[in-house]
Design a protein around this ligand. Structure first.
Ligand SMILES: Nc1ncnc2c1ncn2[C@@H]1O[C@H](COP(=O)(O)OP(=O)(O)O)[C@@H](O)[C@H]1O
Ligand SMILES: [Mg+2]
Length: 201
C-alpha cells in the first residue's frame, strides 16, 4: 500500500487485517520503520484477531514464510513509494491499495505513484492495483469532485470509499479495529467488508 504520509495506510492495513481475520487466517506485516501497526498491536488484548508482525531485514523471505502459514498477508508500507520495503512488496504482492484523500495534493501525488505501479506491473504481472478514496466527506465539494479527478488515472478506483469517521481514529488507542468497536464501528465495519468483497474476487 504505497503512498505518502497520512493518507490512511496504517488505518486501512489494521482494519483490512481485522476484516480478513474474520473470514480467514490473516496476518498483518508492519513494513513501515515508523511501526504504527506494531504500536496498535501493543494495545490489542484479544487473541482471536489478526496476527501482527514486524518486518525484519529479509522482507521477501518473511512474506513468503507468512504466505505459507496464512491465507492473507496484509502489509503496511512506509510513506515513500521509493522505499526499499515498498519496492520489494510491489514485486511480490498480489494486490496494492493506494489510499487517497480528497485533496488536490493527494491526487497529484497519486499521479506520480501510478507511473511506478504500472512499471512494477510489467515485472509482477499478477499485481492488481486499486486507488481507494479515504476520508470521504460526501457534503464537501472536494470530496464530490474526487472521483471525477481520479477517473483521469489509468488505475481503477474502488467503488467502495471509506468515509471520514471518528471511530477510525478512536478505536486505535483501545487496540481495536472498527469490527470490535460495537455499534460505533458498525458503519465503518460495513465499508471495510464491502472493500474486501470488492478486491478479493
Ligand atoms: N477514514 C478515516 N476517518 C477518520 N480518520 C482517519 C481515516 N483514515 C485515516 N484517519 C486518520 O488520519 C491519520 C493518518 O492515517 P494513517 O492511517 O496513520 O495514515 P498513514 O499510515 O498513511 O500515514 C490518522 O490520524 C488516522 O487516524
Ligand atoms: Mg502509517
Amino acid at each position: 500500500m504505497g503512498n505518502k504520509g497520512g493518507s490512511g495506510k496504517t488505518t486501512l492495513a489494521i482494519n483490512l487485517g481485522a476484516g480478513l481475520s474474520n473470514i480467514a487466517n490473516s496476518a498483518l506485516l508492519d513494513a513501515d520503520p515508523q511501526g504504527s501497526s506494531i504500536q496498535w498491536y501493543q494495545f490489542v488484548d484479544q487473541d482471536d484477531g489478526v496476527d501482527v508482525y514486524q518486518a525484519n531485514g529479509q522482507l521477501r523471505e518473511q512474506v513468503s514464510d507468512l504466505n505459507t502459514n496464512y491465507d492473507y498477508v496484509v502489509c503496511d508500507c512506509p510513506p515513500s513509494i521509493n522505499a526499499e520495503q515498498t519496492q520489494t512488496l510491489l514485486e511480490i504482492s498480489d494486490i496494492v491499495l493506494i489510499p487517497v484523500q480528497p485533496s488536490p495534493i493527494d491526487v497529484w501525488a497519486t499521479i506520480k505513484l501510478e507511473e511506478v505501479i504500472i512499471e512494477a506491473q510489467k515485472s509482477n504481472q499478477k499485481l492488481k492495483a486499486y486507488v481507494l478514496i479515504n476520508q470521504l466527506e460526501p457534503r464537501v465539494a472536494l470530496s464530490r469532485m474526487l472521483r471525477g479527478a481520479l477517473s483521469e488515472l489509468e488505475l481503477p478506483v474502488t467503488e467502495t470509499a471509506l468515509r471520514r469517521r471518528a471511530i477510525y481514529k478512536n478505536s486505535v488507542l483501545d487496540g481495536k479495529s472498527v469490527f470490535d468497536a460495537g455499534k460505533l464501528g458498525a458503519e465503518a465495519a460495513t465499508e471495510i467488508t464491502q472493500l474486501i468483497e470488492e478486491i478479493i474476487k
